[in-house]
Write a protein that binds this ligand. Structure first.
Ligand SMILES: *[C@@H]1O[C@H](CO)[C@@H](O)[C@H](O)[C@H]1NC(C)=O
Ligand SMILES: *[C@@H]1O[C@H](CO)[C@@H](O)[C@H](O)[C@H]1NC(C)=O
Ligand SMILES: *[C@@H]1O[C@H](CO)[C@@H](O)[C@H](O)[C@H]1NC(C)=O
Ligand SMILES: *[C@@H]1O[C@H](CO)[C@@H](O)[C@H](O)[C@H]1NC(C)=O
Ligand SMILES: *[C@@H]1O[C@H](CO)[C@@H](O)[C@H](O)[C@H]1NC(C)=O
Length: 476
């Protein structure tokens, strides 16, 4: 396994200078589940389709009979378990089905010179074998691409019973031209397979690799390198970067490479680098969105402290003397983009912020008073329970330092102690929200089940099974 990990890393680093911040791994368990869903779907669909007409000519001793088989529908389909495997030779999949048998019914028409005739027929096609190999790749925009590399189809045998018209005349010739009909069918299988692959490729090209999360932030998710396939999994490396919709500015840090642990017991694994979270943080920061204003009307009326100059005299004795009886305003903002880091079992957050205090003059003018730097570190956990991503946070460290003052110097110790005293109340409110959590994405057709999450050094690893919802097996 180790050499293949090195190959994965080499490929990723060779194909693109950029490390993926998101990795998605499809395991063999996932591939086989997908195959079963797909096979069931194909079987349902097969019974609904009408096949294109088959026509041709057959030389009999006394001339050529031109025939058309029309309105061909499948009456019964014996669909054996197909096989799908990861195919390293082409970085793709190899799919095969062996021993497919189909019963068909339809109408026939023949022209033999001036003689026109018609009737119905029943046909059985036995032992159809189809093998298709596809290659996965990446287009210049980072879409996953799929192309047909080879397709091979063989029809074992065909049997036809004609009814009506003068079918009794040519029924005896069936054994002479059934080879041709089985050839016709054989020739039609691979073009159809290739057409569905082209169709799938069309959908992949049309898929978005960039999503507007909200009006402020966009999530970019193109492939950063070629898909990597080994005998047991498919690994897709994706950019996984948030940008501010407004500035689209690159953060001053890069995604670090990480190696996802093997999780063959789950259908899917996803690795999310701390870079992804930090790019979101940087996106909000660079757009100037990490700031908020606090005024006295937001403080509960019963609070012992109020945002006014006399109340603040407790911490800054000279303030009520210089600006008696004025309400205050606080502008709280991040000095740097808050940085998240993932460590085994824990998420850490470094917040470097500042608070600018203003006095509100009776005429509405805001007079700057002082600026404090606020540095704090938080650590927390995230986990998944009841299909919901939940978390909890605690404050580790909190320091206040005076950065500038228009009211002369003052000590920040008392204010810092007071803020620390308040912090459990604030953290309880934050944790109440984190405890409610966010529901895991749930699509119309499928949902994630048995999802587990583990925080590793530098990334979060999520492993999950998927379940296609039985009520709406729609691939529309
Ligand atoms: C792709 O993104 C664009 C712009 O965000 C949106 O208008 C469009 O509907 C999206 N297409 C799909 C298939 O999601
Ligand atoms: C406080 O802020 C809120 C919301 O920003 C605003 O509606 C309100 O008028 C402000 N109150 C004062 C006293 O400035
Ligand atoms: C300032 O706050 C104190 C409580 O800390 C309150 O008693 C006082 O009325 C407030 N003054 C103004 C001008 O709002
Ligand atoms: C508002 O009041 C302050 C203090 O009294 C004064 O310095 C300032 O010039 C006034 N501003 C305006 C626009 O009247
Ligand atoms: C808290 O921050 C101060 C100042 O940045 C630092 O000296 C101290 O070591 C930190 N304490 C912890 C527990 O991180």
């Amino acid at each position: 396994m180790f050499p293949s990990v090195i190959v994965v890393l080499l490929l990723i680093s060779l194909t693109c200078g950029e490390n993926p911040a998101v990795q998605v791994i499809l395991t063999n368990k996932g591939l086989q589940y997908g195959k079963n869903v797909g096979a069931g779907w194909i079987q349902d669909k097969l019974e609904l389709i009408t096949l294109p007409d088959i026509s041709g000519g057959v030389d009999i001793v006394i001339g050529t009979i031109y025939y058309t088989l029309t309105g061909i529908t499948i009456t019964k389909c014996d669909f054996p378990e197909p096989s799908v495997e990861f195919y390293e030779d082409t970085t793709g999949f190899k799919t095969s089905i062996a021993g497919l048998s189909v019963a068909l019914t339809g109408g026939w028409r023949t022209n033999f010179g001036a003689i026109h005739d018609r009737g119905s027929f029943d046909m059985a096609i036995f032992n159809v074998d189809v093998t298709s190999v596809v290659e996965l790749g990446k287009d210049p925009d980072g879409h996953l691409s799929i192309t047909s590399v080879s397709c091979d189809a063989q029809v074992g045998d065909v049997d036809i019973e004609f009814h009506g018209g003068a079918s009794w005349i040519f029924q005896p010739f069936v054994k002479h031209f059934k080879g041709r009909i089985s050839g016709e069918i054989e020739e039609r299988i691979c073009p159809n397979v290739r057409e569905s692959i082209v169709n799938l490729e069309y959908h992949l090209q049309a898929a978005n690799v960039s999503f507007d999360v909200n009006e402020d932030i966009t999530f970019d998710l193109p492939l950063t390198g070629l898909p990597v396939i080994d005998a047991s999994s498919l690994n897709l490396g994706l950019k996984g970067e948030f940008y501010s919709t407004k500035t689209h500015e690159e953060p001053p840090f890069e995604a670090q490479s990480f190696t996802m642990p093997e999780q063959p017991g789950y259908m899917l694994s996803m690795g999310l680098s701390e870079f992804t979270l930090n790019s979101a943080s940087y996106g909000y920061f660079s757009a100037g969105l990490l700031q908020t204003s606090i005024n006295d009307s937001m403080i509960p009326p019963g609070s012992p402290m109020h945002l006014n100059t006399s109340s603040m005299g407790r911490f800054i004795p000279q303030l009520p003397k210089m600006f008696p009886g004025l309400l205050m305003n606080l502008l709280v903002y991040a000095r740097e983009a808050p940085l998240f880091s993932f460590h085994p079992g824990a998420v850490k957050l470094d917040f470097q912020g500042a608070v600018k205090a203003f006095a509100i003059q009776p005429n509405g003018t805001q007079t700057p008073l002082f600026k404090l730097n606020v540095d704090s570190t938080f650590s927390g956990k995230v986990w998944i329970a009841d299909d919901t991503l939940k978390g909890s946070m605690g404050m580790n460290n909190f320091t206040l330092t005076l950065a500038a003052s228009e009211v002369g110097t003052f000590k920040t110790d008392a204010m810092e102690s007071f803020a620390k005293m308040l912090s459990p109340v604030v953290m309880a409110a934050v944790n109440k929200k984190l405890g409610i959590g966010v529901a895991l994405p749930r699509m119309k057709q499928a949902q994630l089940i048995n999802t587990v999450l583990k925080i590793e050094e530098g990334f979060i690893a999520i492993s999950s099974d998927a379940q296609v919802l039985p009520t709406d097996r729609g691939f529309n």
